[in-house]
Design a protein around this ligand. Sequence first.
Ligand code: FAD
Ligand code: FES
Length: 247
Amino acid sequence: MTQTLTIRKKQWYSKDTFGLEVYAPGIDPQPGQFFQLRVGDGLDPFLNRPISVASYTGGKLLFITKVVGRGTDLLSQKHVGEKLMMLGPFGTAINVIRKKSLLIAGGIGVAPLYFLAQKLSKHGVFCTFLYGAKRPEDIILKGRIRKIAHRALFVAEYGSKKRMTAVQAVRGLETNAYEVAYACGPRPMLIELQQLRLPIPVYAFCEDFLGCGCGLCLGCAILYKGTYKRICTDGPVFELSGIDFNA
Ligand SMILES: Cc1cc2nc3c(=O)[nH]c(=O)nc-3n(C[C@H](O)[C@H](O)[C@H](O)COP(=O)(O)OP(=O)(O)OC[C@H]3O[C@@H](n4cnc5c(N)ncnc54)[C@H](O)[C@@H]3O)c2cc1C
Ligand code: FES
């Protein structure tokens, strides 16, 4: 579904990460789903940019985006009152398992996991939210995460006393105490996490490059349990142990 909605709120969470909120009643997106946002006014840039749902309450749909290139920079220049064209929701929603959960976020991977944490909290599911960023000042939503997660752990690779990546912090946890884990972050983080071979199922949100975003171009193929899958339609969430990152 294509909709053009008015931006109702804009907030900068850090120097390069901002949120845009639109009012989109009646769509009820679920964790794992994303929208394709039109960042420019004309045909340039041609491709829309996939951005996950970071929150959806009372029809208020929030996108949290990190500026990494031209498309996200253009998006960051939009203001309250301007129109935002969006297509979606796309992607296969995950089944929110009502089991003791460990959420592992790296960088902007926090956005979809924040949405998942809100759902888990609504269902009264125990969750630990572990969130790693490059620097302490890159960590966003700290207060909100503390409110919804039973346990919140924040780590940074530089500029803090305990320098640590999210995966290094996972090593220090009693992962047997959880029944399921969800992870979202850069590909190297997911690869490292896969190598840990955690004793519980880990569902990875794969936020790699997309082309069309709707299943047509096969530009997002990923080898999963011996079969090529499309991140944009079959995913973006896959069980981590089944992903072949070398393909
Ligand atoms: C399903 C899905 C959900 C996503 N959700 C979010 C979200 O909620 N918030 C958010 O900030 N981003 C999210 N992303 C990533 C976001 O779509 C990209 O960062 C964005 O498209 C980059 O566009 P750009 O024009 O700014 O950067 P480009 O000019 O295209 O690239 C700039 C630099 O960033 C790198 N880059 C671009 N896209 C990616 C990517 N997907 N992964 C790793 N490196 C990349 C490029 O290699 C290049 O070095 C998501 C991606 C997917 C597939
Ligand atoms: S991005 Fe085109 S098929 Fe997935």
